[in-house]
Design a protein around this ligand. Structure first.
Ligand SMILES: [Zn+2]
Length: 82
């Protein structure tokens, strides 16, 4: 959790605890000489499954470079004026 002060008001930014808002892991293959391969894992719910997807893509294609992203949901709670 982080706290920022903006125009003399406190704002609390938190990771959303709601179970329906699970983090997402995703990778896109960026291997290729002139153009990236571009094959994407799509959103996955855990890092281990993403590792598996990348390993299988490397096994099948020989491609070894990926752009990997992690996303989660956050909420901002306006707090007290200072
Ligand atoms: Zn690829």
């Amino acid at each position: 959790m982080t706290t920022r002060t903006f125009r003399f008001r406190m704002f609390e930014v938190s990771r959303e605890a709601d179970r329906s808002a699970e983090p997402e892991f995703e990778a896109v293959c960026v291997s290729g000489d002139e153009k990236d391969c571009g094959e994407a894992s799509g959103p996955l719910v855990d890092a281990e499954r993403l590792d598996t997807w990348m390993a299988e893509h490397t096994r099948d294609t020989g491609h070894q470079r990926f752009r990997r992203a992690y996303c989660e949901y956050a909420t901002v709670e306006p707090g007290a004026w200072l």
